[in-house]
Design a protein around this ligand. Structure first.
Ligand SMILES: Nc1ncnc2c1ncn2[C@@H]1O[C@H](COP(=O)(O)OP(=O)(O)OP(=O)(O)O)[C@@H](O)[C@H]1O
Length: 646
C-alpha cells in the first residue's frame, strides 16, 4: 500500500535527461564541453553529407569568465564583502603551507628529472607544466564558461521546424532505417539543457536551406518541465548570397583545461575518418597568448556514397513497430503492405507468408480490418520464417582509400594495411566492419593503440569494455604476424557502420562485446590487415638481413685481403718450389703478378668487393624470383604491335 504522502508524479523526457545527464555524456563540466562539441560537429557532418556536399565545418570555443557572463546576463558583478565566506578563500597559514608543499614537490620533481638524464630545457618545461597544473587545481573553484559555436555548409533546417528540432527532447529527422551519426534526437537538446542549467543562456541559431532567400535566425531555450521549445526571438534575414547551412552557438559551463586533450584528439580522429572534410578549430582564450588555431585540411574530394534509407528487415521489427507500420502505411492491402514496407519480401513471398499465417487473412485483406490476434500471428511468423539477409548496399563505409588516406595524413605510419569486410547482420540490421592496422608513425606509443569508430564517429570513452578494444587486445595473436604487441608502435583502426549501431547507452561511447556476429567480423577484419602486414614485414626483414650480411662481408674484406696477400707474397718469395707448389703455380698462375708487383693488396680488396657485390645481387634476384612464385599465379600479358590494331 502506498503511504499517504506518496504522490504520483510524472516527468517529461527533458526532465529525465536533465536529472540523468551522465546517460547522454554530460557527466561533469569538462565532459559536457567535450560532448557539446561532439554532438554539434556530428550534426554538421550529417547535414553536409546528406546533401552530398564536402563538409566544411568551423568549430570555435570561446572562454567566457564569470565577469563576462554576468555582463551578458546583466547581473551586477559585486565586490566581496566577507572574503571568508567563499570556497576559494585561503588563510595566510594555508597559503604558506601550500607554497612550502609546492616548493618541496618542485625540488623532488627536479631531482627525478635530473636522475633520468633530461636536459636543462626539458626540465624547465616540465617544471612549468607541473606549476600550471597546480595553479589549475588551486583555481578549480573558479568556474569557467565557454561559448561553443559550430558552423557548417549542410542542408539547414526548415524555418518552422527549428524550435521543435532544437527545443524538444527526442525529436529529430534521423529515426528512419538509415546510417546516420545521430539517432536519438537528443544531442543538441542536451547541450541546450546543460546551458540552461549552468548559465541560463539560450541557444542562438542561424540556418538556411539550399537556395533559400532568407536565413532563419532564432534565439530559444527549452522548457524542461514541459519538454517544449521556448522561443525568445525568431527572424527571417535576407540571404543575398544564398548561403546554406547552420550555425549553432551555446554558452555552457565547461573545463577546457582538463578536456582540451580529449577535444583535440576527437577532432584529429574525426579528420582521420572523414579526410574529405575541412575543419577549422579556434580556441579563443581570455588571454590571447593561449589562443589556438588548427586547420584539419581536406585531403580528398572523394566522399563515400551517402547512405540510403532502407526498409525494415522482417527480423528487426517488434510487435509495436508492426502495429505502428500498419497504422502509418499508405498501402491498404496486406500483401501490398508486406512487400512494400519490408526488406527481403517480394510479392510472391508475401502471398506464401499470408497463407502460412493460417489466420483467415487473405492477400487482399484490408489492413485496418486485421484483428489483434492476426497481427500477433504475423509478428510471430516474421521472426521464425526464413528471409535473405539485408545486403548492406544502403550503408556507407568510409572505404579503404579514405581510411588509408586519413591515417597517412594524420599519423604518417611506416606501414599500413586496410581491409573492408562483407556485410554481416545483427538483429535484422546490416553492418560492415572496416579495419586498418599501421606500424610506426607520429604520436603513436609503443604497444597496441586502438582507434574506434562507429558510423564514422570516433569513440573515445569507455574503451575497456568495447568489442574493438577487447578483440584487438585479447583475440589477436600479434606475434604470429611478426608484430610485437609491446615494442612495435601498432595502430589498430576499426570502423563499424550500420543502420543501428548497438551502442551501450545514449552517450554513444562503446559497443558491447557480447554479440558473436560483431566479435567475429571485427576479429576477421583485423586479422586480414595483419596478414597483409606480415607479408610486408617478412620482405622488409629479408631485405634487412641481406643488407646486414653484405655489410658484414664487406667489413672483413681488408683483413682477408691482407692475410691472403701476405701468404701470396711469402709464396712468391719462396725459391724452393716442390712438385706440389709447382702444380699450383701452373694451374692458377697467380704468383707471377704478385712477383711483378702487378697485384697488390688494393687489387685484392677491389676484386673481393666486386665478388661480394655479385653474390649479393645474385641472391637478391633469386629471392625476388622465389617471392614472385610464392605470391601466386601471374596473369599472362600479351603485347601486340600498334600496327596490328589497324
Ligand atoms: N547542423 C544541423 N544541420 C541540419 N539539421 C540539424 C543540425 N543540427 C541538428 N539538426 C536537426 O535537428 C535534429 C535534432 O538534433 P539532435 O542533435 O538533437 O539529435 P539527432 O542528431 O537526431 O540524434 P542524436 O541525439 O543521436 O545526436 C536532427 O535530427 C536534425 O534534423
Amino acid at each position: 500500500m502506498p503511504k499517504k504522502t506518496d504522490t504520483l508524479e510524472q516527468k517529461s523526457p527533458a526532465e529525465f535527461f536533465a536529472e540523468n545527464k551522465n546517460i547522454a555524456g554530460f557527466d561533469n563540466p569538462g565532459k559536457s564541453l567535450y560532448t557539446t562539441v561532439r554532438e554539434l560537429v556530428e550534426n554538421s557532418l550529417d547535414a553536409a553529407e546528406s546533401l552530398g556536399k564536402l563538409p566544411s565545418i568551423e568549430v570555435t570555443i570561446e572562454e567566457v569568465t564569470q565577469r563576462q557572463l554576468n555582463k551578458i546576463r546583466e547581473v551586477v558583478n559585486h565586490e566581496r564583502l566577507d572574503k571568508e565566506l567563499y570556497q576559494d578563500h585561503e588563510t595566510e597559514e594555508a597559503k604558506r603551507k601550500r607554497a612550502a608543499k609546492e616548493l618541496k614537490e618542485r625540488e623532488r620533481l627536479k631531482k627525478q628529472l635530473e636522475k633520468k638524464g633530461e636536459n636543462a630545457d626539458a626540465i624547465e618545461t616540465k617544471l612549468k607544466d607541473a606549476e600550471t597544473k597546480n595553479a589549475a587545481a588551486a583555481s578549480k573553484t573558479v568556474k569557467t564558461f565557454y561559448t561553443v559555436t559550430v558552423k557548417d555548409n549542410g542542408m539547414g533546417m526548415p524555418h518552422k521546424d527549428i524550435p521543435d528540432l532544437l527545443g524538444r527532447v527526442l525529436s529529430g529527422t534521423k529515426y528512419g532505417v538509415k546510417q546516420t551519426r545521430g539517432k536519438f534526437g537528443l544531442g543538441a537538446k542536451m547541450a541546450l539543457i546543460w546551458s540552461k542549467m549552468s548559465t541560463g543562456l539560450p541557444i542562438q541559431i542561424r540556418s538556411a536551406r539550399v537556395n533559400q532567400s532568407f536565413i532563419s535566425s532564432y534565439t530559444l531555450d527549452i522548457d524542461i518541465q514541459r519538454n517544449e521549445p521556448n522561443v525568445h526571438q525568431s527572424k527571417m534575414v535576407d540571404n543575398p548570397d544564398r548561403w546554406h547551412g547552420s550555425e549553432l552557438s551555446v554558452t555552457i559551463l565547461g573545463n577546457w583545461q582538463y578536456y582540451r586533450a580529449k577535444i583535440m584528439k576527437y577532432l584529429r580522429q574525426i579528420a582521420v575518418i572523414t579526410p574529405y572534410s575541412h575543419f577549422v578549430f579556434t580556441f579563443k582564450a581570455e588571454d590571447s597568448a593561449n589562443d589556438i588555431h588548427v586547420v584539419f585540411a581536406r585531403r580528398t574530394e572523394k566522399m563515400p556514397q551517402p547512405p540510403k534509407a532502407t526498409k525494415h528487415h522482417p527480423r528487426s521489427v517488434d510487435l509495436e513497430l508492426v502495429k505502428q507500420l500498419i497504422q502509418k502505411t499508405k498501402y491498404s492491402k496486406l500483401q501490398q503492405f508486406l512487400c512494400k514496407e519490408f526488406d527481403a519480401i517480394n510479392s510472391e513471398h508475401a502471398g506464401k507468408l499470408i497463407e502460412e499465417m493460417q489466420s483467415g487473412a487473405e492477400p487482399d485483406t484490408d489492413l485496418r480490418s486485421l484483428t489483434s490476434k492476426q497481427i500477433l500471428m504475423l509478428h510471430q511468423l516474421l521472426h521464425v520464417a526464413k528471409f535473405s539477409d539485408p545486403s548492406g548496399s544502403h550503408l556507407s563505409p568510409a572505404g579503404e582509400y579514405n581510411l588509408r588516406l586519413g591515417i597517412s595524413k594524420e599519423l604518417h605510419p611506416d606501414l599500413v594495411a586496410t581491409y573492408q569486410g562483407d556485410a554481416h547482420v545483427l538483429e535484422g540490421h546490416a553492418f560492415i566492419v572496416e579495419a586498418a592496422v599501421s606500424i610506426g608513425g607520429r604520436d603513436i606509443k609503443p604497444g597496441i593503440n586502438i582507434f574506434r569508430f562507429a558510423n564514422r564517429i570516433p569513440l573515445l570513452f569507455e574503451g575497456g569494455s568495447d568489442v574493438i578494444t577487447k578483440t584487438a587486445l585479447k583475440r589477436i595473436t600479434w606475434p604470429a604476424y611478426k608484430i610485437s604487441p609491446t615494442s612495435d608502435k601498432v595502430g589498430v583502426f576499426v570502423s563499424i557502420v550500420s543502420t543501428k549501431i548497438p551502442y551501450k547507452g545514449a552517450g554513444k561511447e562503446y559497443i558491447a562485446d557480447d554479440m558473436q556476429e560483431m566479435v567475429h567480423a571485427v576479429k576477421q577484419s583485423i586479422q586480414q590487415c595483419c596478414l597483409q602486414l606480415k607479408a610486408k614485414i617478412v620482405k622488409q626483414q629479408a631485405a634487412r638481413d641481406q643488407h646486414q650480411r653484405r655489410k658484414n662481408l664487406v667489413k672483413y674484406i681488408p683483413n682477408a685481403a691482407r692475410a691472403v696477400f701476405t701468404v701470396l707474397e711469402s709464396m712468391a718469395d719462396s725459391r724452393a718450389l716442390g712438385p706440389k707448389r709447382k702444380r699450383l703455380q701452373d694451374e692458377v698462375d697467380i704468383l707471377a703478378p704478385v712477383k711483378q708487383m702487378r697485384t697488390d693488396e688494393d687489387t685484392l680488396i677491389a676484386r673481393l668487393t666486386e665478388h661480394v657485390e655479385k653474390i649479393d645481387s645474385d641472391m637478391a634476384l633469386e629471392y625476388q624470383v622465389q617471392q614472385g612464385m610464392a605470391e601466386g599465379i601471374r596473369q599472362n600479358v600479351f603485347l601486340m604491335p600498334l600496327s596490328a590494331q589497324q
